[in-house]
Design a protein around this ligand. Structure first.
Ligand SMILES: C[S@@+](CC[C@H](N)C(=O)[O-])C[C@H]1O[C@@H](n2cnc3c(N)ncnc32)[C@H](O)[C@@H]1O
Length: 332
């Protein structure tokens, strides 16, 4: 690393805030309506003309806008990921990060005490927070393409039903049901999350709704409904501590039929817990907001083996764009 790279890393919050603020103001949507100068942009955002010009120039420097003379236009990357009408819209994740910006101010305290900076409530208390969280998960998965990749990659031909534990918005099961027409799905999740899932499925996948059961449960408190043939868990273990994850794997084992599989998709870290880089950084966010962190393959496979699973294997997704892997295990 050289000086410039270090300085850019250390000041990275400024770039993040510029993008988050532009999105919150609706700047990209305004520019999407047609090339415009700072006067027109400020008028449409009902914001200060000079300040809007500074923000738009910064976004141009970041290659999210293009500027010709005084006119701004969207760069291709912004048109693809920052406009609501795009199927790859990442904005809901960016707005979720924006809402959590204050939480990062408590990182020092969290590192000193080990305690999260907010109650790890999985955003279940206020309906608007639940919706922002669950739409953020959907936005990331769709923009990056994880669900489509996983649905292609996992051979679900032998399984009549897949249970998505903590399935959130249903993005993964929707892709799996499209890929495997014989399949049914059940999403096991907390009640407030399922309300949002119901809305998202009705908005975008109404034809799949009859094939998806939404089952409210708290996996920390109850057993999973039995007779599952496959259980999928994406981005679940990283929010939980080690003991809860070991317990969760035992619950999965008890709920599965013989021959059934458990699939854990997450950042699966190297033994030093430093790679993938995205996972090491994401663990800081998890410290701030949950009881978890990202775990290594030996940690995850240890919980699975302890529960009784066999044939435990690691399947990494191609990086970039993906940053996670799947750990797949079978009940004998
Ligand atoms: C980080 S999101 C992941 C959503 C989805 N699996 C994905 O990868 O996009 C975690 C999900 O787990 C759910 N969840 C968290 N704690 C839970 C619990 N105790 N019981 C059931 N679901 C839970 C949340 O509501 C949320 O949908």
């Amino acid at each position: 690393m050289d000086f410039s790279q270090l300085a850019a890393l250390a000041g990275g919050h400024a770039e993040a805030r510029a993008i988050q603020t532009a999105l919150k103001l609706g700047l990209f949507e305004s520019v999407a309506h047609g090339r415009c100068d700072a006067d027109a942009l400020a008028a449409s955002l009902k914001a200060d003309r000079r300040a809007v010009g500074v923000l738009a120039d910064a976004l141009t420097a970041l290659d999210l806008l293009a500027k010709t003379g005084k006119q701004y236009d969207l760069a291709d990357i912004a048109r693809r990921f920052l406009i609501k009408s795009s199927a790859e819209y990442l904005g809901d994740l960016i707005l979720f990060d924006e809402a959590l910006f204050e939480t990062w101010a408590h990182l020092e305290q969290t590192i000193r005490t080990g305690a999260p900076a907010r109650t790890p409530d999985m955003f279940q208390v206020k309906p608007d927070e639940t919706e922002r969280f669950i739409r953020a998960m959907d936005s990331l998965t769709r923009a990056r393409g994880d669900a489509t990749y996983v649905a292609e990659r996992l051979d679900l031909s032998e399984f009549p039903i897949i249970a998505d534990l903590g399935g959130g918005p249903g993005t993964y099961v929707a892709a799996m049901l499209r890929r495997w027409p014989h399949l049914r799905a059940a999403i096991f999740d907390l009640p407030a999350t399922l309300e949002v899932a119901r809305q998202i499925i009705a908005e975008r996948e109404p034809d799949l709704a009859p094939r998806i059961d939404l089952i409210p449960l708290n996996y920390r408190k109850v057993e999973l409904p039995g007779r599952c043939s496959a259980i999928f868990m994406s981005n679940i273990i990283h929010s939980e501590d080690e003991a809860t994850n070991a317990d969760l794997m035992r619950k999965c084992f008890r709920a599965l039929n013989s021959g059934g599989i458990a699939v854990v998709k997450d950042h699966i870290m190297n033994e030093e817990l430093t790679e993938p880089k995205a996972g090491a950084i994401f663990s800081l966010y998890l410290l701030l907001t949950t009881r978890g962190r990202d775990y290594s393959f030996s940690e995850v496979s240890g919980w699975l083996r302890g529960a009784g699973f066999i044939d435990i294997r690691l399947e990494s997704l191609p990086s970039p764009p993906f940053t996670s892997s799947m750990v797949i295990a079978r009940k004998p």
